[in-house]
Design a protein around this ligand. Structure first.
Ligand SMILES: [Zn+2]
Length: 209
């Protein structure tokens, strides 16, 4: 027969484990991706935009971070989706795009924190050698739909991933380049971040609620 102190001890243990469970279950706050679809992307290209460029990438990021990713597509907003992005100097293009994003954020009040990202999706490259550009570990970027991994690549930069941690992997009988690798006609797309970049993304959000 259990003594009274045994009952008290059991009750305390149950309470402690209940508290521990409650602590583990506190949900991490979601990420919000605002994707501005440039006016130069045709209606035909818009049909497959989510499936080809975005949904597999947000699933990958949800798996890495344990956070839900909400995506809002913004179309036909002249001050944003007509932005003149072609530029020989990608840094200048990014600077000007970031100013547009800042103005957008003023008129659509949103918190400025690590969970909010703003990407311009474009038909063409910025210039002959630039598929996209983003502020490292920051909130704004531009990506072309000329390659399937470009949007995920620029979101990767915004989330702390780097070229240095990219990999070439052998998956399904052929060599592929992970999302943060450079584009090469000799490799296919892996559609995943390398282990190093998965860690970089997780670390980037580690101390964020
Ligand atoms: Zn890059």
């Amino acid at each position: 027969m259990k003594s009274v102190s045994n009952y008290v001890l059991s009750a305390l243990l149950i309470m402690c484990s209940a508290f521990a469970t409650a602590e583990v279950r506190v949900a991490k706050l979601p990420l919000y991706f605002f994707i501005f679809v440039h006016d130069d992307i045709s209606a035909e290209d818009r049909v497959a935009l989510r499936g080809n460029y975005i949904s597999w990438a947000t699933k990958e990021i949800e798996g890495i971070t344990g956070r839900k990713v909400y995506v809002e597509y913004i179309e036909h907003d002249p001050s944003m989706t007509r932005f003149a992005y072609p530029n020989e100097n990608k840094e200048v293009a990014l600077q000007e795009w970031t100013s547009r994003v800042d103005a957008y954020r003023l008129s659509h009040p949103q918190p400025l924190n690590k969970r909010y990202k703003y990407l311009l999706l474009t038909k063409h490259q910025l210039n002959a050698s630039t598929l996209g550009v983003a502020a490292q570990s920051n909130y704004s970027g531009i990506a072309s739909i000329q390659t399937f991994q470009a949007a995920a690549h620029e979101f990767g930069h915004m989330l702390g991933a780097t070229h240095e941690a990219a990999q070439t992997s052998y998956i399904g009988g052929w060599w592929c380049s992970t999302i943060m690798g450079g584009y090469s006609p000799l490799t296919s797309n892996c559609y995943i971040y390398s282990d190093g970049n998965r860690k970089a993304i997780a670390d980037y959000l580690k101390n964020t609620k």
